[in-house]
Design a protein around this ligand. Sequence first.
Ligand SMILES: [Zn+2]
Ligand SMILES: [Zn+2]
Length: 268
Amino acid sequence: MKGTVTILGCGSAKPTKTTSPSSQLVNLHDKYFLVDCGEGTLLTMQRLGVHTSRLYNIFISHLHGDHCFGLIGLLTTLGMLKRTQPMHIYAHKDLEKLLTPLLEYHANDRQYEIIFHAINPRKNEVIYEDNNVTVETIPLKHSVPTCGFLFKESQRVQKEDGSFERSVRKAYAYCSDTMYSEKILPIIEGVGTLYHESTFLESMGARSKEVQHSTAAQAATIAQKANAGKLILGHYSARVEDHNLFLQEAQPIFDNCVLAEENLTFEI
Ligand SMILES: [Zn+2]
Ligand SMILES: [Zn+2]
């Protein structure tokens, strides 16, 4: 069964005319998973007609504002919409500390429960599991504790003798924000679709190391070394207006490469 990822935001910290900060909606086995929640996430979901009543799980890679400032708006609005189902949030432990006073002030009368799951971004471990989907953390290298997320899909398959076995597929890996790090290769090896940040171009040189981000060429190198099926680039610096430059830099290294653009949906 194929899944999809819809890009809700693919810029970096500074919003531009064409990009909002990071957010994606993964749809796997007919279940929604929100990955990061930059400012404007709810607005984009509403424009796309996403039913938030189907959303139960939110994964936050790290606590830089461009990955979590949309949460308070989303969670408050869900209260106004009279949501009753619980919402699970998987993030660094500090998120609960930061959000709790805001939720008490703005959404204290909400009728639904918010359950925080503290994750250890330095460890590769399973943080979510149901019958068909598993989510693992991918430790990344950034200026604050950060992890990506690997979505695995498992299915019951009938063998020739009539018995059943479970087949597991690495469907999607989300890696943002991060410097180039080969430590992630064993975790994402053979993944169907890899989203890897490409904030900068090689010509922007030292800046990527300084702020602990990657270039498009580095993202492509990771995709090639991990034997990924497809690479999606994103988290573009506001200083690069023409996103095709990222593609031109990545494609000679890894051919099956596409640009994240807002409102686009990719199969995973
Ligand atoms: Zn970021
Ligand atoms: Zn960051």
